[in-house]
Design a protein around this ligand. Structure first.
Ligand code: NAP
Length: 328
């Protein structure tokens, strides 16, 4: 697997990472722990060196899983995790990026991850009650204390990114990016390009839709976030099938899968974008990692650009309330 470099502080990671959230959280019941440990270790064998988790995935259980799975590979892989929520009675209970909470989460996450230092520590969502300078200042102190290596933000706006970066240089922004979620191209991607910050693209498969395996008749388990997403209503899925047809044209031409073309498109946008697809299945892990070898040509990218511009994506990615409060 090729490597990519995130940020001016030069964090080298595999071109495709592994998002671990869905193994414990977000998409229905948690998967079997032993199976997920084997899956994460298989990813290492396939050259993946970049793993994504967060305190709130579970909560806590996903960090514990990732910590156990990656313990034998300490020092050889990069583990990213996130702070920024209150957790009450085992549930997310609003934002909390107060300095004392950031410090508390850092200590607890290190224990669960079985590490002495957090490789990449993101604020999961911007907290309007805490100035971003205080957040960046707290992470700066944790870096000085040797508890954190790199600072990141998730779903932050351009102004927030600039203010935070002035206090503590940001290595990576983690935000949603894929063929059907492109709003960050307007202001945010140019800003991080200018500042030398990498982009970690989450939900690069559109939470599964961009793999072509979810049609308008598909159903989801109880507790699966996709039951509540505007873009996942039956009507929206029917309309958005046009994007799958487009991806399939290129999949046929390149003898690749729909998911691989979706990931290859993300990889082709900038050399400093690293997608972190999530899966609970070994054959899909291998399939997704195969996208690193698919280089779309300039002509193909132009064709995708022109054709996708004709397709109106139906449904917003989150409800308005979820935009700020879920972290999923
Ligand atoms: N910063 C944030 O706020 C935030 C928000 C969301 C996610 N994330 C991170 O980003 C990671 C990835 O995002 P995501 O899991 O939301 O979405 P995703 O990677 O776009 O899609 C994951 C979904 O696609 C399915 N899938 C994966 N590969 C497939 C393939 N080749 N063919 C068919 N289906 C496939 C998975 O199901 P199976 O398990 O059945 O394969 C799963 O339901 C997460 O794990 C998490 O670490 C961060």
């Amino acid at each position: 697997m090729q490597k990519r470099t995130l940020g001016n502080s030069k964090l080298d990671v595999s071109a495709i990472g592994l998002g671990c959230m869905g193994m414990s959280f977000g998409y229905g019941p948690a998967a079997d722990t032993r199976d997920m440990i084997a899956l994460i270790r298989a990813a290492v064998e396939q050259g993946v060196t970049f793993f994504d988790t967060a305190e709130v995935y579970g909560p806590f259980t996903n960090e514990t899983l990732v910590g156990e799975a990656l313990e034998p590979f300490k020092g050889q892989v990069t583990i990213a995790t996130k702070f920024g929520f209150n957790i009450q009675d085992g549930k997310m209970a609003g934002l909390n990026s107060r300095p004392e909470n950031i410090r508390k989460v850092a200590e607890a996450s290190m224990k669960r991850l079985r590490v002495d230092v957090i490789d990449l520590f993101y604020q999961h969502r911007v907290d309007p009650n805490v100035p971003i300078e205080d957040v960046a200042g707290t992470v700066k102190e944790l870096i000085q204390e040797g508890k954190v290596k790199h600072f990141g933000l998730s779903e932050a706006g351009a102004g927030t990114i600039r203010r935070a970066h002035a206090v503590q240089p940001i290595t990576a922004l983690q935000s949603e990016y894929s063929l059907w979620t492109r709003q960050h191209e307007r202001e945010i991607i140019p800003t991080i390009d200018e500042l030398g910050i990498g982009l970690v693209a989450y939900s690069p498969l559109g939470k599964g839709f961009l793999t072509g395996t979810i049609d308008d008749k598909a159903t989801f388990a109880e507790g699966d976030i996709r039951n509540t997403l505007p873009r996942y209503t039956e009507e929206a899925r029917k309309a958005n099938q046009a994007l799958i047809d487009l991806l399939n044209t290129f999949a046929d031409r390149r003898q690749a899968t729909t998911a691989q073309i979706a990931l290859a498109w993300v990889l082709a946008q900038k050399p400093w974008i690293v997608p972190i697809p999530g899966t609970t299945k070994l054959h899909r892990l291998t399939e997704n990692n195969g996208a690193a070898a698919i280089e779309l040509t300039a002509a193909e990218l132009q064709e995708i650009e022109a054709a996708s511009a004709q397709i109106e994506v139906v449904g917003t990615r989150y409800t308005e309330q979820m935009e700020k409060s879920t972290g999923l």
